[in-house]
Design a protein. Structure first.
Length: 175
């Protein structure tokens, strides 16, 4: 009986050793998303606007580029009538491809506004309607997209900011 337990114990230890050896040799790289930012001001609007309002917009993609999470902070006004992503290079006007006020959370307190939300492929419009979110992400990575913020006081836009890539996060894990 003692011999059976010793033999069984050696087999279990041998199996644990084999699993450990093979488990450590498997490496995976997981992409955690890409971060973007835009600094918003009136001098970036084409043509420029004279405004005291300013702001920032931040964007983060999810691991599989299926959602873009965004947050916009605006100082100097709580009277925001539009917030959109347009396709276009710096200094050029382009078409609207995402309405950032639709299905978002907008909080206006005194002279500040905060807008948060998520973008999925179903939110895309204009030339991106019916396309995948990676098409918008590609334009953002190339610097071909900007945020446009409108108020009732300026027909074209109150302020604008080109979307720029901040970083891409990768993580290597041992399995």
């Amino acid at each position: 009986m003692f011999l059976i337990y010793v033999t069984f114990g050696k087999i279990v230890i041998a199996l644990i050793g084999v699993i450990s050896i093979f488990g450590i040799s498997i490496l995976t790289t997981q992409v955690l998303g890409t971060k973007f930012t835009a600094t918003l001001s009136g001098d970036q609007v084409a043509p420029p606007t004279d405004t005291s309002i300013n702001g920032t917009a931040s964007f983060r993609t999810t691991a599989h580029d299926s959602v873009i999470k965004y947050k916009i902070k605006i100082g100097g006004s709580s009277d925001i009538s539009s917030a959109e992503i347009h396709l276009g290079k710096k200094g050029e006007n382009g078409e609207t491809v995402v309405d950032l006020l639709k299905d978002s959370k907008k909080n206006g307190i005194r002279l500040e506004t905060s807008i948060r939300g998520n973008i999925t492929s179903s939110e895309l419009q204009g030339s991106l309607k019916g396309k995948l979110l990676v098409d918008l992400i590609s334009a953002m990575k190339k610097g071909n997209a900007y945020v446009n913020i409108g108020t009732p006081y300026h027909d074209n836009a109150e302020m604008r900011g080109q979307i720029l890539i901040v970083s891409t996060h990768n993580s290597t894990k041992v399995k």
